[in-house]
Design a protein around this ligand. Structure first.
Ligand SMILES: *[C@@H]1O[C@H](CO)[C@@H](O)[C@H](O)[C@H]1NC(C)=O
Ligand SMILES: *[C@@H]1O[C@H](CO)[C@@H](O)[C@H](O)[C@H]1NC(C)=O
Ligand SMILES: *[C@@H]1O[C@H](CO)[C@@H](O)[C@H](O)[C@H]1NC(C)=O
Ligand SMILES: *[C@@H]1O[C@H](CO)[C@@H](O)[C@H](O)[C@H]1NC(C)=O
Length: 314
């Protein structure tokens, strides 16, 4: 599927410059060649495995995802088993959809193009000026589905809708640059989400980190049930983790028959090495971790966050 994406021009990129004609041609040929070589294996995969998964999950052709972020590994999984997953984006304030992927142009990793009569622009967080395609900023929306305002609350409304009718979603994202050729030529104009602006962690070194990238990657670990990446105003990132006890036990049993009790340190090491391998491709790495016994509640999270800044400062 990855090779197919290359020759179909569906590889997402932030680059504004498109590939030269000759490079585009080479990618096209390369993509087709690799896809052709792997095709028999893919067919075998469909026959032996994917068709069974599809009947088990009860989805044979297509599905719609919305209401939460769609991690890339899940997106790729459905692509691989031949289920066309369409992702959409919107908020309650935009009643609710503003952009969606369509079956005939379904670009992985995006939430597709704006709906009809809907405008989307990306503005710089500080200057509020529109940025070039491919650059990240705050997503603003204008269209008939955007609410008139919060009920009887002009000040709250004024904070999110400007005088020209642009609604500030508070979400971060970018728009894929338009290319007329090459491995990204079908992606132009597609909206890509990067997380909530409020969630951005600013480290004491001044670096901005989107925790969602790390959290999504970490959730691929079977051993991790819940994770929150923290580190606002700290030197490095940390994480609070609720372990998936059953899975941890399985791994421990597997390691040694007789001793199924783990010390806290062993538990941390086990989770840490799994976390590391899941997040190795992320732009930032997680430093210290804290294992939490019970699933998060608002109260427990607040007290753990305080604890975290305490240990990280000393
Ligand atoms: C939306 O726009 C597309 C392209 O301009 C057009 O083909 C389609 O009919 C429009 N759909 C609606 C519901 O207006
Ligand atoms: C208006 O919204 C703000 C922010 O959400 C809130 O603090 C305030 O209480 C609201 N005012 C009224 C009259 O509802
Ligand atoms: C148990 O150990 C074997 C061999 O090291 C490994 O292949 C298998 O994946 C492990 N199972 C679990 C549940 O970790
Ligand atoms: C593991 O811990 C449980 C309860 O804490 C205890 O009953 C059991 O004997 C321990 N097992 C070993 C092998 O240490």
């Amino acid at each position: 599927m990855e090779a197919k994406r290359i020759y179909e021009g569906k590889v997402l990129t932030t680059k504004q410059n498109q590939q030269s004609a000759i490079v585009s041609l080479m990618y096209n040929v390369w993509g087709r060649l690799v896809a052709a070589i792997l095709w028999p294996f893919h067919i075998l995969g469909i026959k032996l495995v994917y068709s069974k998964i599809r009947s088990e999950v009860g989805i044979s052709k297509a599905g719609i995802s919305g209401g939460g972020s769609l991690p890339v590994h899940i997106d790729k999984f459905f692509e691989a088993i031949g289920v066309k997953l369409q992702n959409g984006y919107g908020l309650t304030e935009t009643s609710p959809v503003v952009a969606a992927r369509k079956p005939d142009c379904n670009i992985l990793g995006t939430v597709g193009l704006p709906l009809n009569y809907t405008e989307i622009k990306i503005v710089d967080i500080e200057t509020d000026k529109p940025v070039l395609d491919g650059l990240k900023g705050i997503i603003k929306v204008r269209g008939p589905q955007v609410m008139k305002g919060y009920y009887k609350n002009e000040s709250a409304t004024g904070e999110v809708i400007d005088k020209d009718g642009w609604f500030n979603t508070g979400d971060l994202g970018w728009i894929a640059p338009k290319h007329s050729r090459g491995k990204s030529h079908q992606c132009g104009g597609m909206l890509v989400l990067e997380g909530r602006a409020k969630d951005t962690i600013v480290l004491s070194t001044g670096e901005n980190v989107e925790p969602s990238e790390l959290e999504e990657a970490a959730m691929r670990s079977k051993l991790i049930q819940q994770i929150v990446v923290v580190g606002q105003d700290q030197r490095r990132l940390g994480a609070l983790i609720v372990a998936n006890k059953d899975e941890v036990l399985k791994v421990v049993k597997n390691l040694s028959e007789e001793n199924s009790n783990l010390t806290k340190i062993e538990m941390i090491n086990l989770l840490y090495s799994d976390l590391r391998s899941c997040t190795s491709r992320c732009s930032y790495q997680i430093g210290p971790i804290l294992i939490v016994d019970e699933p998060f509640t608002v109260n427990s999270l607040t007290s753990f966050l305080n604890f975290y800044s305490l240990i990280n400062n000393h």
